[in-house]
Design a protein around this ligand. Structure first.
Ligand code: MN
Length: 130
């Protein structure tokens, strides 16, 4: 697994801490954002390999952030994995309808989290690997 830059859009400091810890332990770089607008701004500036997106955000929720990302030609190719705590019927569908490539439920399980995330991180150019 190559080192990836992951944009983490999450308003809860404890969740940010846990996810950052798990990703950094695997050698990935984490760029944190505490709100949707801040996340959109950083997505355009750092060109992350993956966006991990909390759905319950104040103001602009994760579905709105996903739609904004997918409406932007510069950003739409970045895989978005939605993370939500309301495990409600139809929640997964709502995330995928908004354009997210993946969906994870909280609470985050440290045992399975990295594997679930890394399936969305593909090498940029498989053909040129040595
Ligand atoms: Mn939240």
């Amino acid at each position: 697994m190559t080192r990836a830059t992951v944009l983490l859009i999450e308003d809860n400091p404890e969740n940010r801490y846990l996810v950052t810890f798990l990703l950094e332990q695997r050698g990935h770089q984490v760029v944190p954002a505490a709100s949707g607008p801040q996340g959109l701004d950083l997505a355009a500036r750092v060109a992350p390999d993956l966006i991990l997106l909390d759905i319950q955000l104040p103001g602009m929720d994760g579905h709105a952030v996903t739609r904004a990302l997918k409406a932007d030609p510069q950003l739409r190719a970045i895989p978005v994995v939605a993370v939500t705590s309301h495990a409600m019927v139809g929640d997964r569908e709502k995330c995928l309808e908004a354009g997210a490539e993946g969906y994870l439920e909280k609470p985050i399980d440290p045992e399975t989290f990295i594997a679930a995330i890394e399936q969305f991180l593909t090498p940029p150019d498989e053909g040129s690997r040595q």
